[in-house]
Write a protein of this length. Structure first.
Length: 605
């Protein structure tokens, strides 16, 4: 089958492009009904369970009267909602008609998007109860790949990916427990952002595994994902699994500057199910990262794969059974019934045994990736036709989760990036992952990769943005802060414990730039280093690296007249370090000629 590029839609629905179109005269009243009609015309893909009627859509359009793109970040931006996430007044089915209920309230993630001006077009098709990576397990029809309908679209968030790829919406909400926010992205030429657990509230979401579930985002590009993350990653005090976002993980740092190169890990032994096409696409993505300044290092991936096995072969299956406890098994599709039915095989003690195993694996996996900026993997090993999946639904579904099933168990953030097409014109992709609260960093790396691997957004005629602007803010390290010390905090000196007890480590013995004077404070126990470009000299210093969460308490404990400011080193680096108020040197002895605190102490006998 030849590659079918969808050219029915005339509008570039990426958020930035759509905002520009609204500024230039386009209106939601003109756009939204047209997109609704497009969704109905393209119904053969089975992307939707419920497309909102025109009367309901009109209420959302009317709510924007008197406002503009200047007032609301998502003014008139159309989006889709996976049908296991609540939209007030519209049935939530989780692709099981017998389970269906109509919520009175929006899920918080939906409410935040609507408050920002976005317009929901409807509820999308999914693998029943969000159980599956294939998109074929639905009584509302098998969801079809947006490029080649003979192939799977990926699940469970199938409809959300298809609607976005076909240009019916700007973005879509999915959920991700085992890979449902990443596999459909890869198979439909989209960016799929799976945040760390709890970053986006899961209240108002039908659980699959409640302790693991994440709300995910399908977008046309990484820029849109960064914009949306700021809007939806808000702490929800009513969700016991909700977490605060880090101040370092915000869109103001996107796209992050990358001036000093980066390091990424690649699994030693990769499984492509003997698919030479996906293997070649992966190698091309890896080489592209190296061309952009990346250094690839191989890691043992077996601990990650062991963790992945726990999801469906361990007691977490019982958590899926808990979520569907009120649904009679006769109402479930056979594949879903078979998977959830495994819950009866586990005892309570199995749950604890698995938790101990997972804790040990997480310790191992964290250590393997601690010193790299991210890990690069395939998003899925290979692609399958719908016929292949129907012939062997459980085994092939499991294969699709090879590189996704471990992610939420190990509590990592991930972004799926398009990486090209196979000979059947089916998209395929790679995934970048790292620790929680690295979403903006991952999107920054993914952005550069995306625009060099594919040209078009989804299955539309519109190109991936090529804007090379980077954030005016240097991306701060989310992990450590380097501190320059010159006196009682040096290694072996009386106050060094204030560093070591905060897990600080010595990283450099060096000198300051030759523009500082050194004084002994009147108490005789501490020096003060003061910048003096005319009479200064190079002073012996050390650089200690401290976890950033311990830095505040360290600074708070520094007594006057000392404090922390910026100190220039001999190699030109400027780092936080000890400085002194001007009044602090009154009555102090100038010991600059000794070149350092230790040298002066040695003269004191």
């Amino acid at each position: 089958m030849t590659h079918h590029m969808n050219t029915d839609n005339t509008e570039n629905l990426s958020i930035q492009a759509l905002r520009a179109a609204y500024r230039n005269g386009l209106t939601p009243q003109a756009l939204i009904p047209r997109l609704r009609e497009q969704a109905l015309v393209q119904s053969e893909f089975n992307a939707w369970i419920t497309v909102l009627d025109q009367e309901t859509l009109q209420t959302y359009i009317n709510a924007l009267e008197g406002k503009s793109a200047a007032d609301l970040p998502l003014y008139g931006v159309p989006f889709a909602i996976k049908d296991n996430i609540d939209l007030a007044g519209v049935p939530t089915t989780a692709a099981c008609p017998d389970f269906s209920y109509t919520p009175d309230e929006n899920a918080p993630v939906v409410q935040r998007l609507i408050d920002a001006g976005a317009i929901p077009l409807g509820k999308t098709n999914l693998d029943q109860f969000a159980t599956g990576l294939v998109g074929t397990r639905s009584p509302y029809g098998e969801a079809k790949n947006s490029f080649n309908p003979e192939y799977i679209s990926g699940g469970s968030s199938a409809g959300s990916a298809i609607a976005t790829a076909l240009g019916q919406v700007s973005f879509a909400l999915g959920t991700d427990t085992a890979g449902s926010g990443r596999v459909p992205a890869a198979l439909n030429n989209l960016v799929g952002l799976k945040p760390g657990k709890g970053l986006i509230s899961t209240r108002g979401v039908v659980p699959a595994c409640r302790s693991l579930d994440c709300v995910s985002l399908f977008t046309l590009n990484c820029d849109d994902a960064a914009t949306l993350l700021d809007i939806v990653a808000q702490f929800d005090p009513q969700d016991p699994f909700s977490r605060l976002n880090s101040h370092l993980n915000r869109a103001r740092y996107y796209p992050a500057k990358n001036e000093s190169g980066f390091t990424f890990a690649v699994p030693e032994n990769l499984d492509f199910q003997n698919d030479d096409e996906t293997r070649a696409l992966f190698i091309a993505a890896m080489e592209r990262l190296q061309e952009q300044g990346g250094t690839a290092v191989k890691i043992d991936f077996s601990p990650f794969l062991q963790a992945a096995q726990l999801l469906y072969q361990g007691p977490w299956v019982a958590e899926r059974a808990l979520a569907t406890a009120k649904v009679h098994q006769s109402a479930m599709l056979p594949a879903i019934r078979e998977i959830i039915g495994q819950a009866d095989n586990f005892k309570a003690t199995d749950c604890f045994t698995a938790q101990y195993t997972l804790a040990a694996l997480k310790r191992t996996c964290d250590a393997l990736i601690r010193n790299v900026d991210f890990v690069l993997t395939p998003t899925l090993p290979t692609t399958y036709t719908r016929a292949q999946i129907n012939d062997d639904p459980i085994k092939l579904n499991s294969t699709l989760g090879t590189y996704t099933n471990f992610m939420n168990l190990l509590d990592y953030a991930a972004v799926a990036i398009p990486a090209g097409f196979n000979g059947a014109t089916v998209p395929w992709g790679v995934t970048l992952f790292s620790f929680e609260h690295t979403e903006i960093q991952l999107l920054s790396y993914g952005r550069q990769l995306h625009r060099h691997l594919v040209t078009h957004q989804g299955n539309t005629r519109h190109n991936v943005p090529e804007n090379d602007e980077t954030s005016p803010f240097p991306a701060p390290s989310a992990k450590t802060i380097d501190v320059v010390v010159c006196g009682a905090h040096l290694a072996g000196q009386p106050l060094n414990w204030q560093l070591t007890e905060r897990q600080a480590t010595l990283v450099l013995r060096t000198q300051s730039a030759p523009c500082y004077e050194l004084f002994v404070l009147p108490d005789g126990k501490r020096p003060a280093m003061v910048r003096n470009s005319e009479h200064g000299s190079a002073i012996e210093v050390e650089v200690w690296r401290m976890p950033q969460e311990n830095f505040g308490s360290f600074v708070a404990g520094i007594p006057t007249p000392l404090g922390i400011g910026k100190v220039e080193l001999s190699d030109g680096q400027i780092l936080p370090g000890f400085i002194c108020e001007d009044s602090g040197t009154v009555g102090a002895q100038n010991i600059t000629r000794y070149g350092g605190w230790r040298r002066w102490l040695s003269t004191m006998g």
